[in-house]
Design a protein around this ligand. Structure first.
Ligand code: AMP
Length: 120
């Protein structure tokens, strides 16, 4: 199945600075900001600045530099938010079975309390 990137999605608008976000930090290839509807005391999203639909698209098609910068920013957020020792959860949803709402690849960083079992 071919999937096409929909550049009207909300994260594409955030990257183009058409709508605001609560920016946590960024580097040349990735941006981290607060989730607008937090599911935990700490809920931050990390997205690549270029257009990828989901994890599969990003991992298959992004350059190794983009991939490296993406994961570096994830770790920079984890360090800045001081959740290295207490721990955290990383989630990325994809497609309809994954219940992905926004079709621009994003990683959820969740923490700030014990998050319980993986799937409720
Ligand atoms: P997913 O279900 O993995 O696609 O998650 C999409 C996430 O984006 C949800 O957790 C939403 O709360 C979040 N979200 C939607 N719009 C915004 C926005 N404008 N700023 C920040 N987070 C958003």
């Amino acid at each position: 199945m071919n999937k096409f990137y929909d550049n009207t999605n909300v994260f594409a608008k955030i990257i183009r600075q058409e709508i605001p976000c609560d920016k946590i930090m960024e580097n040349d290839f990735a941006l981290a900001f607060s989730d607008i509807n937090p599911q935990a005391p700490l809920h931050i999203l990390v997205i690549p600045k270029k257009q990828y639909i989901d994890f599969y698209d990003f991992t298959k098609n992004a350059s190794s530099q983009e991939v490296n910068y993406f994961w570096q920013l994830v770790n920079d957020v984890i360090e800045q938010e001081q959740i290295v020792n207490k721990g955290f959860r990383l989630i990325t949803n994809s497609g309809s079975d994954g219940n992905q709402e926004v079709p621009h690849f994003h990683l959820h960083i969740l923490g700030g309390k014990n998050l319980g079992r993986m799937i409720n």
